[in-house]
Design a protein around this ligand. Structure first.
Ligand code: HEC
Length: 122
C-alpha cells in the first residue's frame, strides 16, 4: 500500500492537476505519512525558521490548521495533499509577497510525512 501511494505521489510531483480522489482509509489505519518522521523533516528542512506551528506569524504565516484552510494555496491550486506536496517542493511567491524557497531535496516519503504532520497542526 505504501508503494502504491508513493507511486501516486510520484505521478503528481510535476504539479499537474490530477482529479483523483485519495483512497478512503478506514479509521485507525495509518495514513500515507508518518507523523513523527514528518515533524522531524519539518525541523531538518528548516521549515520552522519561517513558519511557526501555531497561528503566530514569524517570517511567514503560522501553519496551524493549514491543511484545512478555506483558501487555495498561494499558487492558486486547491488545497489537496498532492498540491501541498508540490508547493513544498517547488516553493513560490506567497500572497504577502514573500517567497518560499524550493525544497528539491525532499523525497516523496519526506513530503508524505510532512503533510501527515501538517494535518496534526490544529
Ligand atoms: C524562507 C522562509 C520559508 C521557509 C524556510 C519555508 N517556507 Fe513555507 N512559506 C513561506 C512563504 C513566504 C509562504 C507564502 C505565504 C503567503 O502566502 O504569504 C509559504 C507558504 C507555505 C505554505 C502554504 C500556506 C498557504 O497559504 O496555504 C505551506 C503549506 C508551507 N509554506 C509549508 C512549508 C514547509 C513544510 C516548509 C519546510 C519544508 C516551509 N514551508 C519552509 C516561506 C517559507
Amino acid at each position: 500500500m505504501l508503494a502504491g501511494l508513493s507511486l501516486a505521489a510520484l505521478l503528481v510531483a510535476g504539479c499537474a492537476k490530477v482529479g483523483k480522489a485519495p483512497a478512503a482509509r478506514p479509521p485507525g489505519v495509518k495514513a500515507a505519512g508518518d507523523i513523527a518522521r514528518g515533524s522531524n523533516v519539518f525541523q531538518r528542512a528548516g521549515c520552522s525558521s519561517c513558519h511557526s506551528t501555531g497561528s503566530d506569524t514569524l517570517v511567514c504565516p503560522g501553519l496551524k490548521g493549514v491543511m484545512a484552510w478555506d483558501t487555495t494555496l498561494p499558487n492558486g491550486k486547491p488545497r489537496t495533499d498532492d498540491n501541498v506536496k508540490a508547493w513544498i517542493r517547488s516553493g513560490g511567491v506567497g500572497r504577502t509577497g514573500g517567497t518560499m524557497p524550493s525544497n528539491p531535496g525532499l523525497t516523496d516519503r519526506d513530503l508524505a510525512d510532512l503533510v501527515a504532520y501538517l494535518k496534526t497542526l490544529k
